[in-house]
Ligand binder design. Structure first.
Ligand code: MN
Length: 190
C-alpha cells in the first residue's frame, strides 16, 4: 500500500495565533510528510507492504516501520481534531462528565499530564479494554492501539509541534491548543 499525506480541512494559517502558519508548514508539510515518505520506503519488500496503517501499528515490531506508521497515524489524528478557534469551545460530553465530574477537571488533568510528559511523545484520551476513559502518555511514536485501546484525542508534545511559536514554553502551547480543538470531530470518536 502506498500511503499519502492526508489533506487538512482548514488552511495552514487558520490555527493562528495558537499555531502559526510557519509551524504548520514544517509540522504538517515537512515532518508529517517525511513520516509518510519514510514509511513508504521502509515497507517495500516486507510483510507490511499490503497492510493498513492500523494493522502495521498493531503488529509491527519496535523499529522504523512501527515508528513511521504510528507517526503518520498520530499526526493525522491530531491535525484532524484541530480547526479555527470558536468563541464557545467547551463541549458537552457526558462520558467526560461521568468520569471527571466536569469538563474543567478533565482539561486540567489532561493538561498537567501533557506538560509533565518527559521528552517527546503524545498525550492521549483513550477508551481502555473495559470501555473506561483514561488519560495516558506515550513516548516517541507510542500509540495506544498497540494495547488494544481506542484513541479519542491526542496532543502532540514533541518540541517540533510548538518550538517555533513557544520555544520552551510547552504549557502555553497546551493552553492554546484547547481553543482550536474541533469538538464536532472529537465527539464523534466517543
Ligand atoms: Mn509532531
Amino acid at each position: 500500500m502506498n500511503f499519502s499525506l492526508p489533506n487538512l480541512s482548514y488552511a495552514l494559517n487558520d490555527l493562528e495565533p495558537s499555531i502559526s502558519e510557519l509551524t504548520m508548514k514544517f509540522h504538517y508539510g515537512k515532518h508529517h510528510q517525511a513520516y509518510v515518505d519514510n514509511l513508504n520506503k521502509f515497507i517495500i519488500g516486507t510483510v507490511f507492504e499490503n497492510r493498513s496503517l492500523e494493522e502495521i501499528i498493531k503488529t509491527a515490531p519496535d523499529g522504523p516501520i512501527f515508528n513511521n506508521a504510528a507517526q503518520v497515524w498520530n499526526h493525522t489524528f491530531y491535525f484532524e481534531a484541530l480547526g479555527k478557534a470558536k468563541d464557545q469551545n467547551i463541549p458537552t460530553c457526558k462520558a467526560i462528565e461521568d468520569k471527571w465530574g466536569n469538563f474543567d477537571v478533565f482539561k486540567e488533568e489532561f493538561s498537567k499530564a501533557a506538560i509533565g510528559l518527559f521528552g517527546s511523545g503524545w498525550l492521549w484520551l483513550v477508551e481502555d479494554l473495559d470501555g473506561k476513559l483514561q488519560i495516558v502518555g506515550e513516548s516517541n511514536a507510542g500509540n495506544p492501539m498497540r494495547k488494544g485501546w481506542r484513541p479519542i484525542l491526542c496532543f502532540d508534545v514533541w518540541e517540533h509541534a510548538y518550538y517555533l511559536d513557544y520555544q520552551n514554553k510547552r504549557a502555553d502551547y497546551i493552553k492554546n491548543l484547547w481553543t482550536i480543538l474541533d469538538w464536532n470531530v472529537i465527539l464523534k470518536r466517543f
